[in-house]
Design a binder for this molecule. Structure first.
Ligand code: 28F
Length: 634
């Protein structure tokens, strides 16, 4: 309970306190979770308010500081949140915005809030979930500030002090008693800021990470065009310039930019009101229909598609496409598992007709652009047909009586919710895992041959690889167009490799495969890396396992005598089945790392560099990141 007496609050304010208490009781109703995602939502909520001020044309610069105590301050040079008494309860407006749920949602004058926050819940949620928060408002040549703890005003708005700046500054410290972990990921913060800078051309965004003294500045005059160029940097473009269309239709602002490159992968980054729609939505459907229709029409009239050629399909046009699509609309509806899928049905038609007409006009001005697109799509179609045959082979294999691949030692349970698949490198480790496991819910797939580097291969070639086919069959969820997570046979997929260079290579190949072809498994949190111990420490009869060098040091130092025997494990094969179970597979004792992707753009770059064709960037990458690759026995 919140102690109202201590805050000096009158009865009218109890409603406010009840609101804050609701947020603290069930944070999950207001932010994604109380893990890393939720923590970063706080940041997004505050930044988005500053961006709204920029969209309104009142702010040109946003400065972020991550402090050593994991508090974050964000400052804009906008109008400053008003401080005059608010009709809601007569308190200063900025206090109301920070304490009343949804109060910040509607900006004055009935204009809609563009950049959305998570559910548009407002900054009061950030306040409620912060150990403390300080707001500073500078308006009309004076600055005033107010201090809150866990959402409750501790001070009144201070007396005005003359200043030379204008705007709003919010400094908050996420509450460690709410969040499982209060460590900000600079990559996640940078990724969001970079994205916002691309989507708001000219806006100047700075970040200073005072934990490491890393500073970064974002400002892109080129907007979506620059975003597409950034995404495709280092890749070979098929068009001389990205296609860019911007405008408004039926009250919806549409901005789209795309380019084709010579890879086989598609990357579409959709946004609605500046929120990244990881799961796509109606605007993406509109984009696809428009592109397919326009390209077919132009290709036919230009005789690039012959009369006997079949129309290109939406799938044919995906290969090598890099696209950013941003729409702004009055009342966005978000659905799906992550609440980031745009649901407004009217948007499909609006986006479709806007892009279709825009493309027809664009191709008229750029007639040379149609040929490379169609040629790429025709090649993609051939490959897709080849892949279909290969996939049918895989599926037939999966449907005959001996449905599961020979190398799979399946578990007895058939409820995916409780079962696990260990993908293990090598026969000997596979053997130990099979003997050591709990066969009721743990299945083992031992990989023998080389796994193909899927970064360099098309789907058809990929399906020609035995190890990849075996994985797909074992998982049961298909691949490509037929991919369906509902059919997944195990909800935990655990990659278990040696803690050496070869092991790291194999797990990188597997991660590349999952990231490129089964990304949903990663976003659903199904993919894990097993953490086998690095050391076995024996003191007399007592045996302990250490998973890091640090743990080992702590352990050995603590022992203080020399009768300690340390064995360093070079590979899984050195453990007998019982040891493997005890240290790496027993849910009671094991350490699993869940694979998650904070930043799509960055992840794409990692895989591109690590697994792509160009050697030089890979060399620089490996040297500069070598320090961060831990537990690597080189
Ligand atoms: C560090 C994060 O939150 N910036 C903000 C403004 C400006 C106004 C405002 C914000 C008024 C009625 C709520 C100013 N002058 N940065 C920020 N800058 N909020 S948040 O108004 C809040 C609404 O209900 C603002 C005139 N109109 C609006």
């Amino acid at each position: 309970m919140i102690d109202t007496a201590a805050t000096g609050y009158d009865a009218g304010s109890i409603q406010v306190l009840e609101g804050l208490e609701a947020v603290r009781k069930r944070p999950g109703m207001y932010i994604a979770d109380t893990g890393s995602r939720g923590l970063h939502h706080l940041f997004c909520e505050v930044v988005d308010n500053a961006v709204d001020e920029a969209i309104g044309g009142f702010c040109t610069r946003i400065e972020v500081i991550v402090h050593p105590d994991e508090s974050v301050s964000i400052q804009d040079n906008g109008r400053g949140i008003p401080t005059d008494p608010h009709p809601y309860n007569g308190r200063p407006t900025c206090e109301v915005v920070l304490t009343v749920l949804h109060a910040g949602g509607k900006f004055g004058g009935g204009a809609y809030k563009i950049s959305g926050g998570l559910h548009g819940v407002g900054v009061s949620v950030v306040n409620a979930l912060s150990e403390w928060l300080e707001v500073t408002v500078a308006r009309d040549g004076v600055q005033r500030s107010q201090w809150f703890e866990r959402g409750i005003p501790i001070t009144d708005l201070s007396d005005p002090v003359p200043v030379g700046w204008r705007g709003t500054k919010i400094h908050y410290k996420p509450d460690a008693s709410v969040f499982e972990e209060v460590k900000h990921s600079l990559d996640t913060l940078k990724s969001r800021l970079r994205e916002l800078a691309f989507l708001n051309p000219g806006l100047h965004i700075l970040i200073d990470d005072q934990r490491t003294n890393e500073k970064k500045e974002y400002r892109f005059e080129g907007g979506i065009r620059a975003f597409v160029e950034y995404l495709d940097r280092g890749k070979t473009s098929l068009l001389p310039n990205p296609v860019v269309l911007s405008g408004e239709r039926d009250g919806v602002v549409v901005d789209v930019g795309f380019q084709y490159n010579d890879t086989y992968l598609e990357r579409v980054f959709p946004f609605a009101n500046l929120i990244h729609n990881i799961e796509g939505g109606t605007h993406v459907s509109g984009l696809r229909t428009a592109m397919t229709r326009a390209v077919n029409e132009i290709a036919r009239s230009g005789k690039i598609l012959k009369d006997r050629d079949e129309n290109l399909s939406g799938d044919d046009l995906k290969e090598g496409l890099t696209c950013v699509l941003s729409v702004k609309l009055a009342e966005p509806q978000f659905e799906g598992q992550t609440k980031t899928k745009l649901g407004n049905s009217e948007i499909k038609g609006i986006v479709d007709s806007f892009i279709y007409e825009g493309l027809l006009a664009w191709f008229e001005d750029n007639p040379e652009a149609i040929k490379p697109i169609v040629e790429k799509a025709l090649k993609a179609r051939q490959a897709r047909e080849a892949a279909k045959k290969a996939r049918e082979l895989v599926r037939k294999g999966a449907m005959t009586g001996m449905s599961l691949p020979g190398k799979l030692a399946d578990c007895s349970s058939r409820s995916p919710g409780e079962t696990e698949l260990y993908i293990v490198e090598g026969d000997s480790a596979g053997g130990s895992a099979k003997q050591g496991r709990d066969r009721s819910f743990q299945a083992i797939l031992a990989l023998r041959g080389k796994i193909l580097n899927v970064e360099k291969a098309r789907l058809d070639k990929m399906l020609g690889n035995n190890e990849i086919r075996t994985i797909i069959q074992a998982l049961g969820c298909g691949i490509g167009n037929e991919f369906d997570t509902q059919k997944l046979r195990y909800h935990k997929i655990i990659i278990m490799t040696d803690a050496d260079v070869d092991g790291a290579h194999i797990s990188t190949l597997l991660l590349t495969f999952f990231y490129r072809h089964m990304q949903e498994l990663i976003s659903n949190g199904c993919l894990y890396l097993a953490q086998p111990p690095l050391f076995r420490v024996q003191k007399g009869k007592q045996v302990n396992y250490c998973y890091t060098e640090k743990e080992l040091r702590a352990h050995v130092d603590g022992a203080g005598d020399s009768r300690v025997n340390v064995q360093r494990y070079k590979g899984l094969g050195e453990m007998n089945p019982e040891q493997l179970w005890e240290t790496t597979m027993d849910p009671e004792n094991r350490v699993l790392k869940r694979v998650h992707v904070d930043d799509d753009v960055l992840a794409d770059e990692y895989f591109d560099i690590l697994m792509g064709d160009k050697v030089e960037p890979r060399r620089t990458f490996i040297t500069s990141y070598a320090r961060e690759v831990k537990n690597l026995d080189v």
